[in-house]
Design a protein around this ligand. Structure first.
Ligand code: G1P
Ligand code: ZN
Length: 542
């Protein structure tokens, strides 16, 4: 029954910030997906007879790889596969399913917010039994394995019909096609005051949620429209499509511009939100206001006690290093721990498992808590709705009161996409060489206090992750951070993160790019971005 198939290794299967991401034509090469999946299995032990969760964001090629993964799971000795109906499982829902059913782990097929389609992006990620992304030592081992793999195991078996829930069998291994939404929706009901949110909606509060033709459609429709009673039509683009309707399912101010325009226009909705391809990111807007992700994690932490699931308070907060320091001020006031980790959700896993933190966030529109081990877009939306239902104040007012109390961290990220990899690496190397001489010097009239390349020491397992981003800290708390993206699929993306702290409420109403203008100029001067890349402006500003 079990076939051992000969294969030749590929040398480019290095998992990035969140799993292996490549264009579909790369994944469609002979044995490409098989090699990676087998390499994952080869780096695990003790899964015989155990459960594997499989699901994805519904993008093009999901269906093909899901069937391969099921057959390979059977051949490798898993006892059971749980797979979402139609192959659908949002990333946070997959994390929850792994935890709830005490699975050995899960394979999530997604390229997050990247476009989908025959020429677009695809991805495979392995999550461990805690429901979180594989830790770095495991992804490193998987990469090493991919370079030498010679065979993979599969079975001869027909495809599973994923269109109907039910119990099936692949070469003796049980396969359950499960409803992707119900367990997740039930979890949300335990965390949030659904009655209060229902009352808020019934009072005439208006909301719009854009699922961007990606995975959150079925989840948002069930929770926001059916369980919370928002009017039908509240969820836009609610059917997951393999190519996301040719859109870029990234809930930022570029790709979800229409929501921004709506809240800034005449007759704005009280609240507008969106999520990304695989449902782990969020965009939060209210009448007249965009809540930056860095502010959002701080404000959610400051108000979380208003939701039943967090009424007892928070153990601590974690944020990725490039995320603004707004959350640090909340942690300080609450007298709880604050942790600064490298970019990527996997670094939060140990802190969450150890009970050191309850809420985590990244500047890249990722927010989440210890309810799962992934960031969770709908969770953030529902926590905001719970806070709005409890406070009954406009979102804009809540944000402005927060700034008045804690000060405002002006913050922006400038991305230079698809630059030549050699040039990008050269720019970063050049920066690193300059680091030792930067402290004490002045750039654009501002004095640099310290400059370094961020190294993280995991307080739980003692591991060290170095080269996690160049940080330039100025006197007064302003900051510039440079790093290269680990999720792109064409060329390199340079991310420049710029932050300035402003305690004075009289100065909280400035346009962000204006408030940061001196630092933006300094960022170019220090790294010579325009000169080295030939770009006079970033591709995306968030
Ligand atoms: C990006 C974000 C990062 C996030 C990751 C996965 O990674 O910056 O915060 O965890 O996507 O969603 P990057 O491309 O910067 O490596
Ligand atoms: Zn995502």
């Amino acid at each position: 029954m079990i076939e051992t198939v000969s294969t030749t290794p590929y040398q480019d299967q290095k998992p990035g910030t969140s799993g292996l991401r490549k264009k579909v034509p790369v994944f469609a090469q002979p044995n490409y997906a098989e090699n990676f999946i087998q390499s994952v299995f080869d780096c695990l032990s003790g899964f015989e007879g155990k459960t594997l969760v499989i699901g994805g964001d519904g993008r093009y090629y999901n269906d093909v790889v899901i069937q391969k993964a099921i057959r390979m799971a059977a051949a490798n000795g898993f006892g059971r596969v749980l797979v979402g109906q139609n192959g659908i499982l949002s990333t946070p829902a997959a994390s929850h399913i792994i935890r709830k059913y005490e699975a050995f782990g899960g394979i999530i097929l997604s390229a997050s917010h990247n476009p989908g389609g025959p020429e677009e992006d695809f991805g495979i990620k392995y999550n461990a039994s805690n429901g979180g992304p594989a830790p770095e030592h495991l992804t490193d081992a998987i990469f090493e394995r991919t370079k030498t793999i010679e065979t993979y195991k599969t079975v001869q078996a027909p495809d599973i019909d994923l269109s109907k829930t039910g119990n099936y069998d692949t070469a003796g291994m049980a396969v359950e096609v499960i409803d992707p939404v119900s367990d997740y929706a039930a979890l949300m009901e335990t965390l949030f005051d659904f009655d209060a949110i229902r009352d808020l909606f019934a009072s005439g509060f208006s909301i719009t949620f854009d699922a961007m033709s990606a995975v959150t459609g079925p989840y948002a429709t069930e929770i926001i429209e059916r369980r919370l009673g928002a009017p039908a039509g509240t969820v836009l683009n609610g059917t997951p499509l393999p190519d996301f309707g040719h859109h870029h399912p990234d809930p930022n101010l570029v790709h979800a511009r229409h929501l921004y325009d709506a809240v800034m226009g005449a007759n704005p909705p009280d609240f507008a939100a969106a999520s990304d391809g695989d449902g782990d990111r969020n965009l939060i807007l209210g009448a007249g206001i965009f809540v930056t992700p860095s502010d959002s994690v701080a404000m959610l932490a400051a108000n979380a006690h208003l939701a039943p699931g967090y009424a007892k308070g928070l153990a601590g907060i974690a944020r990725s290093m490039p995320t603004s320091g707004a959350a640090d001020r909340v942690a300080g006031k609450l007298g709880i721990g604050i942790f600064e980790t490298p970019t990527g959700w996997k670094f939060f896993g140990n802190l969450l498992d150890a009970g050191k933190v309850t809420i985590c966030g990244e500047e890249s529109a990722g927010t989440g808590s210890d309810h799962v081990r992934e960031k969770d877009g709908l969770w953030a939306v529902l926590l905001w709705l719970n806070i709005l239902a409890a406070r009954r104040e406009p979102l804009k007012q809540i944000v402005e009161k927060h700034w008045a109390e804690y000060g405002r961290n002006y913050y922006s990220r400038h991305d230079y996409e698809a630059i030549d990899t050699g040039i990008a690496n050269g720019l970063m190397d050049g920066l690193r060489e300059k680091l030792p001489g930067l402290a004490g010097t002045e750039v654009n009239g501002m004095k640099i206090e310290t400059a370094d390349d961020f190294t993280y020491h995991d307080p739980v397992d003692g591991s060290t992750s170095s080269h996690q981003g160049v940080r330039i800290l100025f006197e007064g708390g302003s900051r510039i951070v440079y790093r290269l993206s680990g999720t792109g699929t064409s060329g390199a993306t340079l991310r420049v993160y710029i932050e300035r702290y402003e305690p004075d409420p009289a100065l909280h109403g400035i346009d962000t790019q204006e408030a940061l203008a001196d630092l933006i100029a300094a960022a170019d001067e220090i790294a010579q971005i325009a000169k080295l890349t030939g770009r006079d402006a970033p591709t995306v500003i968030t």
